[in-house]
Design a binder for this molecule. Structure first.
Ligand code: GLN
Length: 305
């Protein structure tokens, strides 16, 4: 653990000129403008150390990474009852797939595919009078920074092109698994996905999952220690959609990715690592972030296994 700085320096040198195979996401038009060469690494430890490298000042939209944070919020507010509306199994299909949802009568496989996250957002509307404000305040508190906002351009661009998410929400509504207006659910979901952070803020906002549910920065219990174990279990099995098995094999950590090019991973009891590099592989996960994390756990000699 005292060689973290040397390890990430070495990894940064190794990968800084190779963004990896793939493309920057463009199905949300405003994401297409991200710099394909952008690359940043942050590691934060439960005992207060922080390491950053590369474009660590650049804010990017966290996209699906927000699904872990909204799930943590709802776990606090709703407890175990939420598992009546969404499952805990890996889906083995793309994050925005519609196919399983019809067979499985509108109950999404897990909270990290889009259908599952839409159900979580729908229930957050029931529990919070001003859901967007509650979400952004929760994230600011976790990151220990007031300088975290929705990126309106990205949110509006996604709302304009949210045909698949609207289809998922409509299908679930037909099965009675969405309570609120679809337009409102999509609006809040696209705003949560547009939350903009740099790698350090991202690594810090996941530290409670490395520290038995307590944010080490201020000692606040965000979820119970059991809740933290469960969120980590879900990230390990479902955090990278249909690449979760491959990621567990190569990296061996609970993690969550987003189409903005970020991935954040947790070593329980020790640290979080966030990497941003917007070139995505065919599963919508950052190629270079996966390679960086694979080498990180290999060189550190620590994973959850
Ligand atoms: N907002 C994106 C969507 O709904 C999130 C997808 C992702 O990051 N995988 O398509």
């Amino acid at each position: 653990m005292d060689n973290i700085e040397q390890i990430i320096n070495r990894l940064y040198e190794k990968y800084k000129d190779c963004a990896g195979e793939g493309e920057v996401a463009s199905y949300i038009p405003a994401l297409a403008g991200a710099d394909p060469d952008g690359y940043a690494i942050a590691v934060t430890t439960v005992d207060g150390k922080e390491y950053v490298l590369g474009d660590y000042d650049t804010k990017f939209s966290i996209q699906s990474i927000s699904k872990v944070l909204t799930l943590a919020m709802l776990m606090k507010q709703m407890g175990e009852d939420l598992w009546h509306f969404v499952g805990k199994e890996p889906s083995g299909s793309a994050f925005n797939s519609l196919i399983q949802l019809e067979y499985e009568k509108g109950i999404p496989r897990n909270p990290f595919i889009n259908a599952g996250a839409l159900v979580i957002t729908d229930r957050l509307i029931n529990f919070n009078q001003k859901p967007k404000q509650s979400i952004i305040e929760f994230v600011r508190e976790l990151a220990g920074s007031e300088d975290i906002y929705f990126d309106k351009t990205i949110a509006l661009s996604e709302i304009d092109t949210s045909f698949r998410n609207e289809a998922l929400a409509s299908l679930m509504k037909s099965f009675g698994n969405i309570n609120n207006d679809i337009e409102e659910v999509i609006d809040i979901y696209c705003h949560q996905c547009s939350i903009s952070m740099n790698v350090l803020e991202l690594a810090k906002s996941f530290l409670f999952l490395a520290n038995a549910g307590v944010n080490p920065a201020d000692g606040r219990q965000i979820v119970s220690s059991r809740g933290a174990k469960r969120l980590n279990a879900l990230m390990l099995t479902c955090g990278l959609y249909n690449e979760s098995g491959e990621f567990a094999y190569r990296v061996g950590l609970p993690a969550k990715s987003g189409v903005g090019g970020g991935i954040v991973a947790v070593i329980p009891g020790k640290l979080t690592i966030a990497v941003w590099s917007p070139v995505l592989n065919k599963n919508g996960n950052s190629s270079r972030a996966i390679s960086t994390m694979e080498d990180f756990t290999t060189e550190l000699g620590i994973s959850v296994f």
